[in-house]
Design a protein around this ligand. Structure first.
Ligand SMILES: [Zn+2]
Length: 420
């Protein structure tokens, strides 16, 4: 590596300006962003992104689900590009950095290569994946999931939002139903920069998270069937109170997660009491559980723990606790060689770094099933995300973009840097 190239940095002021300029597309009064996927504001940011990528010398392709691929040519165009990027849609009360940082830093990496006169062996492709957030259309991360083969394109195109508008109609409305088949754009590897969305890096004073795993997840639908009876006339020993039994079960879910910690979480997020009334002992209720861990064996242990708790509490309290696991997604293991490349870039650039697990899902987690993939995290203030208060520093965003740049240079292979 030449000295000039090892010192190469992205233009921090330009990246920061882009992040704040694009935040006007869907800006909220509280300083956040509301840019639901495939809506009017999404079209504005997409048009901006397309123009910026073309100005940086990229050819922009769009696939049938609206995912945008901006290709910077390499010397060997027969090889698939190194993919970099993230998403530009946000939550209804989202922040300025979630997804945006990774997408605009990828564009900035391309511009930095242009400014330095760098030619790479492999092409580089800046990506904007459609509907990462999942707040308008389900599922979240639908475009990368379809790319990985989890859903057909037609299935995704037929999904409807709360108003009954399909993905296909929304794509047509904003002019982003592209001609390319989903999956037609191949990649040699994919690297996504993202804010951590958690508190670990900030708490430890680290600038870069080298993401080596993504959490697996299990979702359950459950019911408790007891017996509804008069709140005044049913003696305590004779009750089969579904809610009192459920209260014990919720604490059991918490205990199972704690007992399998520190890298396990369990959450009962919803409960609905059927025909709830203040003077009726609850007879039936329905609930959900979300449990996650980065280790498949821990997922197994969590499953065994909550299943046993449901049986024990149900038998002792003479209620039926029924648990149905409706989804299990295995933990993501990012490509070890790629993770090492990210780590080396962070080290060479002198940033404090650590290995980290992604607690949230990301497009890179889906893509890791079908190509070598890795992620780079930077801290966000107080770990807050999916909130208008989401915040990150210019220095940390710049550091993440620099690690992304040097990871790409290593993966794409520099054939000339204009200084030879
Ligand atoms: Zn995101």
């Amino acid at each position: 590596m030449t000295k000039a190239r090892s010192n190469l940095q992205i233009d921090s002021a330009r990246l920061w300006k882009d992040i704040h300029d694009t935040a006007q597309f869907g800006a909220t009064a509280k300083g956040g962003v509301r840019r639901l996927t495939l809506g009017a504001e999404d079209r504005q940011v997409r048009d901006w992104f397309r123009a910026a990528c073309e100005a940086a010398g990229c050819a922009v392709r769009v696939d049938a689900l609206g995912t945008m691929f901006a290709i910077r040519p390499g010397r060997d165009m027969s090889k698939p590009p190194i993919g970099i990027g993230s998403h530009l849609d946000t939550q209804p009360t989202g922040g300025k950095y979630d997804g945006v940082l990774g997408t605009l830093a990828a564009l900035e990496a391309v511009r930095a290569m242009n400014d330095a006169g760098i030619e790479t062996e492999l092409p580089v492709c800046v990506c904007n994946w459609t509907n990462e957030e999942g707040s308008r259309f389900a599922p979240a991360m639908m475009a990368s999931a379809a790319y990985a083969g989890d859903y057909t394109t037609d299935d995704i195109l037929s999904r409807r939002d709360a108003e009954g508008v399909t993905v296909a109609e929304a794509l047509d409305e904003i002019g982003y139903r592209g001609p390319d088949a989903v999956g037609a754009q191949r990649f040699s590897a994919f690297v996504e920069l993202h804010i951590e969305q958690g508190p670990i890096l900030e708490a430890e004073g680290k600038t870069i998270g080298v993401v080596d795993r993504g959490q697996g997840i299990m979702w359950y639908d459950g019911t408790v069937a007891g017996f509804a009876s008069h709140a005044g006339t049913t003696p305590m020993p004779l009750r089969r109170d579904a809610l009192a039994a459920f209260a014990e079960f919720v604490l059991a879910v918490e205990k199972v997660a704690r007992d399998n910690g520190p890298n396990a979480v369990g959450t009962v997020g919803e409960v609905t009491i059927a025909n709830a009334s203040r003077n009726v002992v609850p007879g039936d209720l329905a609930f959900t559980i979300d449990m996650r861990s980065a280790q498949a064996g821990t997922l197994d242990a969590l499953h065994a723990g909550v299943t046993a708790a449901a049986a024990e509490i149900g038998a002792r309290r003479k209620v039926a606790i029924d648990l149905k696991r409706i989804w299990r997604k295995e933990p993501t293991v990012f490509n070890p060689a790629l993770v090492d490349t990210v780590e080396r870039a962070a080290k060479d650039l002198g940033y404090a770094h650590r290995r980290i697990t992604s607690g949230a899902g990301h497009d890179a987690c889906n893509l890791a099933a079908v190509m070598p993939a890795a992620m780079i995290f930077v801290p966000c203030k107080d770990g807050i995300s999916h909130n208008e208060l989401e915040d990150a520093t210019q220095a940390d965003c710049t550091a993440g973009a620099n690690v992304l740049l040097h990871t790409v240079l290593a993966l794409a292979g520099v054939v000339s840097d204009g200084k030879a």
